[in-house]
Structure formats: structure tokens, C-alpha cells
Design a protein around this ligand. Structure first.
Ligand code: CA
Length: 446
């Protein structure tokens, strides 16, 4: 259900938030953790608005919030969002409503807050954005059937989609320890690789990956957790979620191809994952809820625990994913990042609610601050691909950039930039900001 916070006519006294191009208008208000670039303040909870960050604790100090929003503010006074996440959707929702009123132009609350501007706003350009939560566990799904089919064809030409795919939201357990916030560079991984057509007696080599790839995904944070043994029913799944971010699940395809059977990816995916700093709440995404992806005729219905009318009606999210590259040469030439592709989350085979319900269906406990990835966002269009593996057909058809450079996979010095946004007639466009990271050369093996 949409409410007054989604009204497209709302304007903020923070002028930059009224810019049509801003990802963070007053209708969005995503949560994050920041630190002022100068001084030695602890990390604090912030809310993005235009090119500014609203310092949530400073609003409490200035006594600008009341009632439920004020109570929620107290949960948001730590150095991570975990306490707010743990308390469920209610407090974050109250805080978002209170902050919406505070940032509105032309209201009494707004005028009072505007007078305190220098105490409660920090320009994003003067802040360091940090990981929004202490992430306990990371699980990554594989829920785009278009990605699964294209990749499956490369690895198993005769058997691209395994028989479980249309019944099970497939995932692997990743590691949270190497998840970094946008802007954190990382080294190309080193690992075992063996060319796919090598004779069976040939030993693998141990060297820097030659098949580094991005996977453009959305991540969603667990709010309230469930108890061990408690399965979350599909129609209650959204009560256990805090919000979404962008996620790049960096992958080394050559290491993956050699190691992935029989237990799935291991070192090919846990050397680095990058997330965007701002968490867009499910509340902010409410106008962009759509029906779940319509399965083609002949596909099986989900099993009963993964099926509900509400999920069919509004379990999908209409979010566009955009992937851009900035190479070393482009940086030298001062070129803008080049958009490699756009793809559409509304075409996901499984909804995020089905993913969460499936994850808990055996009694597995999810904890506040856990991060679940959706899997690579690829969609039906022939160019709507969330990985370079798909775009270059595993390197067989290199792509040419406007700089004249070609790429089969990702080179050292390349920076990949993910963006996500939602648009719908009658509503203000909202966005996720950026998720970017640059690849540094592998460590020396000598
Ligand atoms: Ca992935």
C-alpha cells in the first residue's frame, strides 16, 4: 500500500533532493552508515536525501522527532543498522515517516528542521560511507532463469537447466567476511584453473584468474530474524526483510568451472563482493511492487509453501539494473563510464519473498543483518545480461568498447559500476545510488 510518503508532489527544503535526476528524493529515504571525513567521530546512522546525509542521532539531539519516530531514532543511534533491523519493519517505517515530514518543504516541522540544517545535514562529499550492517551470513540465490539457462548452456550444452530449477530457489552459502562497501578496490584472485577442453590427465595450474567477471545483483537484508526451527510462511516473509541494496558478486569463471562440482562455488566467489552503501526499504519500494513473473505455459506451479495469491499479485519488484564499465584508458581520457547493459528484476523466476521462505523452510535461522543475494539480474531480452560471461559467451565473442579496447572478461584497472532505479507513471523515480569497485592486479606469486 502506498501512503503520504510516496506522494509525487512532495518537495523537500533540501534543494538537491528535488532534482529529477537524484536517486534520493524525499520519496526514497534509504538508510546507511557514514562517518564524517574530517574528525574522529564514530560511524553513525544516516538517511540519504539529495546530495546530503541526514544525521539521525543529530535529529534526536535537536529534538526534531516525536512519538514513534523518536523511539525508532534511539534504535538508530549505534554504529550499524543491526539494532534497527532487529526491531522489525515497524520502527524503521515510523522513522521514515517522521523524517519525511521533517524534510518536507512548507510545513512547520520542515521549517524547524531547515533552521537546524547545519547540525543535522552532512554533505555526502564530506562523508565516508561504510558497510550498513554487521553482516553475519551471506547466501546467494540464482533466481533468474534467463541467467541460469544461458550459463547452463555454456557449462552443460546438453543439459542447461537442471531438473530442480523450476521447483527449488537454488542458492549457495557464501561468506560475509569479504563483503565490502562500494568504492573498495580488490585484488584479482589467484586459484586453480584448468582449460575446459584439457585432457583428463592434465593437471590444473595455480595462477591469477583469467576469467574475472561481475554478477549484477540485488541484495536484501534480513530485519527481524526467525527462530531456529521456525519456517516463515510466504505471506509473512516481507515482515522479516529490512530493505534492498545493489550487490556485485564478483566471480572467477575459470576457477569456478574447475571447482564447482559437486558442491557448488567456493573460492571462485568469496574473494570479494561489493554492496552499495544505501539500503532502500521495502516501504520506499511499495509503488514499484508488481505481479510475480508469469511462468511460461507448461512450467510447474511452485509447491504450495512457495505459492500464494498475494505473492502472485505483488511479489515482484520493478527495478532496472544498469551495469557500466570504466577502464584505465577511459579514466585517462576522462570518458564517462560506458553502459554495458540494462536488465529487469521484474522477470525473476522466484520473488525475494519465495527466496526467504524457502531459506527458512527447513528451520534454518536467519539473523538480523544477514544478507541474501538474488542472483545475477539477467532478463528475457537478448542483450539484458548481468554478467560478462553471458555477453561474450564465455570469452568467445569479445566485446568492443567505445575506447577501442576489447574485453572477454574484466581486466586489471577496470571499474564496474552498478546502478538501480525504479520508475512508474504517477510516482517519483527513486534509485539505489552506485555500487562500484575496481580490480587491482593479483598479488605476486614469487
Ligand atoms: Ca551470484
Amino acid at each position: 500500500m502506498t501512503d503520504s510518503t510516496h506522494d509525487a508532489a512532495l518537495r523537500s527544503w533540501v534543494e538537491s533532493a528535488n532534482d529529477d535526476a537524484s536517486d534520493f528524493p524525499i520519496q526514497n529515504l534509504p538508510f546507511g552508515i557514514f562517518r564524517k571525513a574530517t574528525g574522529d567521530d564514530d560511524p553513525r546512522v544516516g538517511i540519504a536525501v539529495g546530495d546530503q546525509i541526514l544525521d539521525v542521532s543529530a535529529c534526536l539531539d535537536a529534538d526534531l522527532l516525536e512519538d514513534a519516530a523518536k523511539e525508532a531514532c534511539k534504535l538508530a543511534s549505534g554504529t550499524s543498522l543491526n539494532a534497527l533491523m532487529q526491531s522489525g519493519r515497524g520502527p524503521a517505517s515510523s522513522l521514515r515517516h517522521g523524517v519525511s515530514r521533517l524534510l518536507q518543504d512548507g510545513t512547520d516541522e520542515g521549517s524547524k528542521a531547515a533552521k537546524a540544517e547545519s547540525h543535522i545535514l552532512v554533505p555526502m562529499s564530506d562523508a565516508e560511507l561504510l558497510l550498513p550492517a554487521r553482516i553475519g551470513d551471506f547466501t546467494d540465490f540464482y533466481a533468474s532463469i534467463f541467467h541460469a539457462e544461458r550459463v547452463g548452456k555454456m557449462f552443460r550444452p546438453d543439459n542447461p537447466l537442471l531438473p530442480n530449477y523450476k521447483y527449488v530457489p537454488i542458492a549457495y552459502h557464501g561468506r560475509a567476511s569479504t563483503i565490502e562497501v562500494s568504492g573498495t578496490d580488490f585484488r584479482r584472485p589467484v586459484g586453480q584453473r584448468r582449460p575446459p577442453n584439457a585432457p583428463p590427465e592434465q593437471a590444473p595450474t595455480f595462477e591469477p584468474s583469467r576469467g574475472l567477471d561481475y554478477e549484477a545483483e540485488f541484495g536484501f537484508f534480513i530485519g527481524t530474524g526467525n527462530q531456529a526451527g521456525e519456517a516463515v510462511p510466504l505471506d509473512r516473509a516481507e515482515n522479516y526483510m529490512f530493505g534492498l541494496c545493489l550487490l556485485n558478486d564478483w566471480s572467477a569463471r575459470d576457477i569456478q568451472a574447475w571447482e564447482y562440482q559437486p558442491l557448488g562455488p567456493f573460492l571462485s566467489k568469496n574473494f570479494a563482493s561489493t554492496i552499495s552503501p544505501w539500503i532502500v526499504t521495502l516501504d520506499a519500494l511499495e509503488p514499484f511492487r508488481v505481479g510475480a513473473y508469469q511462468r511460461p505455459k507448461g512450467d510447474p506451479e511452485p509447491l504450495p509453501y512457495l505459492h500464494s495469491e498475494a505473492n502472485e499479485r505483488s511479489g515482484g519488484l520493478d527495478i532496472t539494473m544498469e551495469i557500466a564499465i570504466l577502464t584505465e584508458k577511459m579514466r585517462e581520457q576522462r570518458s564517462e563510464p560506458y553502459v554495458l547493459s540494462r536488465s529487469f528484476f521484474r522477470e525473476f523466476y522466484w520473488t525475494i519473498f519465495q527466496m526467504l521462505t524457502h531459506h527458512t523452510s527447513n528451520g534454518c535461522r536467519l539473523v538480523p543483518g544477514d544478507l541474501l543475494g538474488t542472483g545475477t539480474v539477467s532478463s528475457s531480452g537478448s542483450d539484458e545480461m548481468g554478467s560478462i560471461l553471458e555477453k561474450t559467451k564465455r570469452g568467445a565473442e569479445p566485446l568492443t568498447l567505445p575506447s577501442g579496447e576489447t574485453r572477454s572478461f574484466i581486466d586489471d584497472g577496470d571499474e564496474i559500476i552498478l546502478r538501480g532505479y525504479c520508475e512508474r507513471d504517477g510516482y517519483r523515480r527513486i534509485g539505489f545510488g552506485e555500487c562500484r569497485a575496481r580490480v587491482l592486479p593479483a598479488r605476486s606469486l614469487s
